[in-house]
Design a protein around this ligand. Structure first.
Ligand code: NAG
Ligand code: NAG
Ligand code: NAG
Ligand code: NAG
Length: 389
């Protein structure tokens, strides 16, 4: 008898110290029928996980779950040391755009720590909003599908994001996040459907992902540092972009960005840096583009230091953004226009420390051309086109 009690006690102690708790969203009323709003069930599972003293996971079984309006998972006051979403199913937004069109973000995480998203699909059904936007009518701005704000230690793994209204994923003021094995899909002509956008974040890794969109594949806005992007395939879309920078007069810079082993298929840009032709104290310093394959890319290597679409909002100024120490190494493939390497830097703030090493880009079977203005640096190795630095 005594031994039995001791065993039960040991079992309980073991459970309390190491057990993980799992909350299945279906136990809180989530319905995998694609029609019943399951938002509150997700919120209940989150509230319990957040309040749990042992690591918690939220399980989303297969099926389609309607999340009919913007949903925020807040980390405020959470006791749990870690929360993991294991998602087998799909979270789907209403097909009519107004339901989430004016929310900034459809699925938002706010001041969370140690959150993992494992698997699953997010389907924002953005096509009705794109149709509105392309028709020229007045439409809502649209929401980002998945946004993390002021968060730390985030892992997003094997998640699929389909047809966002605006950006697919956004990290805003985050620290230490890893996005890996994700797949992002929207048509080439869908407006503003950037794949992954980073703002004011540090220690971000994006690995082994495939991104097809109507806008930037990955965009790196102001205030980002220590960014590592590796084994990412982009296309269709606008390529990987640092920028747009320099919209604000006072703006934090971009530092230490590595973009390694990337492939671009039919994108408008490959490796791009762009800065508004406006005065700003912004900067870019330390960018390492290492290993890129371009397949029929319009502007494989481009710095646009005089960005000003439609000549609007740029009162006759050169960009104030200082661009320095940008390396392009082992970039090869085909360009869809003759000028495959273009450094169009600001007259007021010429680009410094541009390094080209082993760049081989062809246009129509011929070596392509390069064009430089206000750009200085060094070139070595095999170079097609020849360097204009
Ligand atoms: C959170 O957990 C505490 C006990 O740890 C409990 O008293 C409280 O009711 C819980 N709150 C919620 C919202 O579940
Ligand atoms: C997050 O996880 C790390 C590593 O396991 C741990 O040290 C830290 O305390 C956790 N953060 C919170 C808020 O529990
Ligand atoms: C640059 O960022 C990488 C991560 O992307 C980091 O490992 C490295 O230490 C950083 N370098 C400096 C000088 O901060
Ligand atoms: C390459 O560009 C330069 C000016 O940047 C131009 O003079 C030259 O004709 C171009 N060559 C070809 C083959 O287009």
């Amino acid at each position: 008898m005594v031994i039995k009690h001791i065993l039960v006690l040991l079992f309980l102690v073991f459970r309390l110290s190491s057990a993980k708790v799992t909350y299945n969203v279906q136990s809180f009323g989530a319905k995998p029928d694609g029609r019943s709003d399951s938002k509150n069930a997700f919120l209940k599972a989150w509230t319990l996980s957040c309040n749990s003293t042992s690591p918690a996971s939220i399980y989303v079984p297969a099926g389609r779950y309607l999340i009919a309006s913007a949903l925020t998972f807040s980390g405020q006051g959470c006791k749990s040391r870690a929360i993991t979403f294991n998602i087998a199913g799909t979270l789907v937004a209403p097909s009519s755009y107004n339901a989430i069109g004016n929310a900034q973000v459809w699925i938002k995480f706010y001041i969370v720590k140690n959150v993992t998203i494992n698997g699953g699909t997010l389907d924002a059904q953005g096509s009705s909003l794109w149709a509105c936007k392309t028709s020229g009518k007045a439409c809502p701005k649209g929401s980002t599908t998945l946004g993390f704000y002021h968060s730390q230690n985030i892992l997003i793994s094997k998640l699929r994001s389909l047809n966002s209204q605006m950006f697919h994923m956004l990290l805003y003021s985050c620290k230490n996040a890893k996005i890996q094995g994700v797949s992002i899909v929207a048509p080439g002509l869908s407006p503003n459907t950037d794949g992954i956008h980073l703002t004011y974040s540090t220690g971000i890794t994006i690995l082994s992902s495939k991104i097809s969109t109507g806008d930037d594949c990955v965009s790196i806005g102001p205030g980002n540092s220590n960014i590592w992007i590796e084994k990412v395939v982009c296309g269709p879309g606008h390529g990987i972009s640092i920028g747009s920078l320099g919209w604000e007069r006072e703006e934090p810079g971009v530092q230490n960005v590595t973009v390694k082993t990337t492939t671009f298929v039919g994108t408008t840009n490959g490796l791009r840096i762009k800065a508004w032709a406006r005065s700003s104290n912004g900067f870019v310093n330390g960018v390492y583009f290492k290993g890129a394959t371009m397949m029929n890319v319009k502007f494989p290597i481009i710095i646009d230091g005089n960005y000003c679409p439609n000549n609007n909002n740029c009162p006759n100024e050169a960009s104030g953004v200082k661009i320095s120490n940008v390396m392009y190494e082992n970039v090869h493939g085909t360009s869809a226009t003759r000028v495959a390497v273009k450094f169009d830097c600001s007259k007021g703030n010429p680009c410094r420390g541009i390094v080209l090493k082993d760049v081989d880009l062809k246009f129509g079977g011929q070596p392509a051309n390069s064009s430089c203005s206000y750009a200085a640096g060094t070139a070595s190795g095999l170079l097609h086109p020849t360097s204009c630095l």
